[in-house]
Design a protein around this ligand. Structure first.
Ligand code: SF4
Length: 341
């Protein structure tokens, strides 16, 4: 738009005001309620809705968990597609879990998004607008804006690399939304070429890799994409990333009762990640309709965590959040929030 307004004779200095209007505050530029410099306002008047589209998704449903700490919004996009965004409150800070695709092509068996299949990629604006909506809702409740972003909602972020990275550049720009790059975590189930690209591009965001198993047969049964990029390739890419960037990799492990939660599994995790800058994030499985697995009990989860920590690897057992409104990890799907109303 900056290029466009300049081509149309509006002084380029005004593009800053346009950027601020789009990404700062809680205004809706499509209603032209902002106090914009007259040349920009005139330009918007003749282009908005014609060859320039500034749109905000509508909120189709908005549900809060019983403990009040998790809020899930179902957003309807311009073409009627629906995605979910989750806002999680922790003492003094808010984190949003964003979607990056409508549906997902990766087909992880325990995940409600995977169970619905892939529909389409989200555009950069559709990713950014989830943050604008979340910040607006927080402001309406008198709360602080988002501090952290995790790309762990619907979709595989690295399967939509260009759009995701473009969105994150906008989100982290200090002249606008300004969420620190170090507070943004991009998650992947293991798209190996994209991990290499992430490393080559020196993307300044955290990388999280969903592991869930330490051998190919167990992993392929849970995460079908493992057949395409097997564990050895994935681990090699993670090591390359860590060595090239000096950064640690966050490894996610969903604990499923009787499947991947024994002390032997924990020891295998420790040996698989030995020598790598890594952090293991454990989460007990969240239920979905399409998968009959059960969560590991808390005692076994604690034991699993202790074994990994004893090996010298940092490990945390993540609290399950928003389960009662199907806002937990792996529970997001279009229409899910509405079903719970
Ligand atoms: S867990 Fe992530 S990558 Fe796997 S199907 Fe669900 S959304 Fe896709």
């Amino acid at each position: 738009m900056a290029k466009r307004i300049e081509e149309d004779g509006v002084p380029p200095v005004h593009s800053k005001a346009l950027w601020r209007a789009l990404y700062r505050g809680n205004s809706d530029i499509s209603k032209r309620s902002e106090n914009l410099p007259p040349p920009v306002d005139r330009w918007l008047g003749s282009h908005l809705g014609r060859d320039v589209l500034v749109e905000a998704p509508s909120i189709a449903a908005d549900v809060k968990s019983n403990d009040g700490h998790t809020r899930k919004v179902l957003l309807r996009l311009f073409d009627g597609s629906e995605i979910e965004t989750v806002i999680m409150g922790y003492p003094g800070r808010y984190t949003a879990c964003l979607s990056t695709q409508v549906g997902c092509a990766m087909g992880c068996v325990f995940c409600a998004t995977g169970q619905m299949g892939f529909v389409r990629q989200l555009r950069p604006g559709e990713i950014v607008s989830q943050i604008l909506v979340a910040n607006r809702l927080l402001a309406e409740s008198g709360l602080n804006p988002l501090r952290n972003i995790v790309l762990m909602g619907m979709g595989e972020p690295l399967h939509n690399y260009e759009n995701v990275m473009r969105a994150m550049r906008i989100v982290s720009d200090r002249r606008g939304i300004g969420i620190a790059e170090s507070r943004i975590t991009v998650s992947t189930v293991g798209v190996v070429p994209a991990i290499d690209r992430f490393a080559d591009d020196r993307q300044p965001y955290n990388l999280a890799v969903s592991l869930h198993a330490t051998n190919d047969s167990e992993r392929s049964a849970l995460v079908p994409v493992n057949s395409r990029w097997p564990l050895a390739d994935l681990m090699a890419a993670c090591r390359r990333y860590s060595e090239a960037t000096g950064r640690r990799v966050l490894f996610g492990w969903t604990l499923i009762d009787g499947k991947n939660d024994t002390p032997e599994h924990a020891k295998e995790v420790a040996s698989l990640l030995k020598g790598m800058k890594a952090h293991v994030n454990l989460i007990r499985l969240n239920p979905t309709h399409g998968y009959e697995g059960r969560p590991t009990d808390t005692a076994a989860a604690d034991r699993f965590s202790e074994i990994i920590q004893a090996s010298g690897l940092p490990c945390t057992l993540r609290q399950r959040r928003g389960i009662d409104v199907a806002a937990g990890c792996g529970q997001l799907r279009a229409g899910g929030a509405r079903l719970l109303e």
